[in-house]
Design a protein around this ligand. Structure first.
Ligand SMILES: [Zn+2]
Length: 273
């Protein structure tokens, strides 16, 4: 009888573990969010994140809370001789959290553990498939992986935050990949609300095909051609546009804009003059 009770208790604990972990994590995040946001970090936001001053006060407040959680949970590592400063951590965290700021229950990029920061564009090393490590010829600005890390070139990460209306932002781009990869697949569809996939797939497939056609026939397009690489890059590229040139996306691709507006829970057009 006794062993059965032990086995029963262990099984119950195993079943309850995800629930208890979730409870613990929520309580810890709530506590972190209640901590004061350092004044010096506000100066960093004001000087580096051009969009920050345009955000409504309640969004700024949530952004502060989410940055605190993000920085408490993620590790930063400098690469290529780069030392990681508070300016880098706050500037990157702010842009990552801006994608979450209208989500009342964000998961804070659960697969991501470490952000690797290079001073500038870097050449990645990879396995050539025969066990030999080779250095790629093309320099990269960022990468996002499902295995727990994300890579950024600091000068471009900062430039994207300062120049907030040019339609390019490597931090939004790589963190959109993290959202997409949260379910383990980089397929251009993040985890959506129940019933959200049908409209997402319909609109995204149609708009992706429209971009391919526009490129094929040399037609005007507001979506960067890098979005034509595959559906995952398309989602990352339109995320950059949604937060940096929302009026252009809304004007030319109203349905795509509406789907993104529903997903990100905001209408960034309202943040711009
Ligand atoms: Zn990409």
């Amino acid at each position: 009888m006794f062993p059965f009770i032990i086995i029963g208790l262990v099984a119950l604990l195993v079943l309850l573990f995800p629930y208890l972990l979730q409870k613990y994590r929520s309580a810890r995040r709530k506590k972190i969010m209640s901590e004061p946001f350092p004044v010096i970090w506000i100066s960093i936001l004001e000087s580096n994140i051009s969009l920050y001053s345009k955000l409504p006060p309640e969004i700024q407040k949530t952004l502060h809370q989410y940055i605190l959680v993000f920085l408490a949970e993620k590790k930063f590592e400098g690469c290529g001789g780069q030392d990681v400063s508070d300016e880098m951590r706050v500037t990157i965290a702010a842009q990552a959290c801006l994608l979450l700021v209208n989500n009342p229950n964000p998961t804070f990029y659960p697969r991501l553990k470490t952000i690797l920061v290079y001073p500038s564009a870097y050449k990645a090393k990879r396995n050539d498939g025969f066990g030999k490590i080779v250095t790629e010829e093309i320099a990269r600005l960022g990468e996002s992986w499902t295995r727990g890390d994300l890579v950024l070139a600091w000068d471009h990460a900062k430039h994207g935050a300062v120049e907030h209306m040019d339609g390019h932002n490597v931090v939004y781009h790589e963190f959109a990949h993290q959202l997409d990869q949260e379910d383990g697949e980089a397929d251009g569809a993040p985890i959506l609300k129940p019933g959200g996939y049908a409209i997402w797939v319909k609109v995204f497939q149609r708009e992706y095909k429209k971009l391919l056609l526009a490129l094929q026939h040399n037609l005007d397009h507001v979506i960067d051609e890098y979005g034509s690489v595959n559906p995952a890059e398309f989602f990352a590229v339109v995320t950059e546009l949604f937060f940096e040139r929302p009026w252009a996306l809304k004007n030319k691709h109203p349905e795509l804009y509406r789907v993104l507006e529903d997903y990100y829970g905001c209408d960034p057009v309202e943040w711009f003059d």
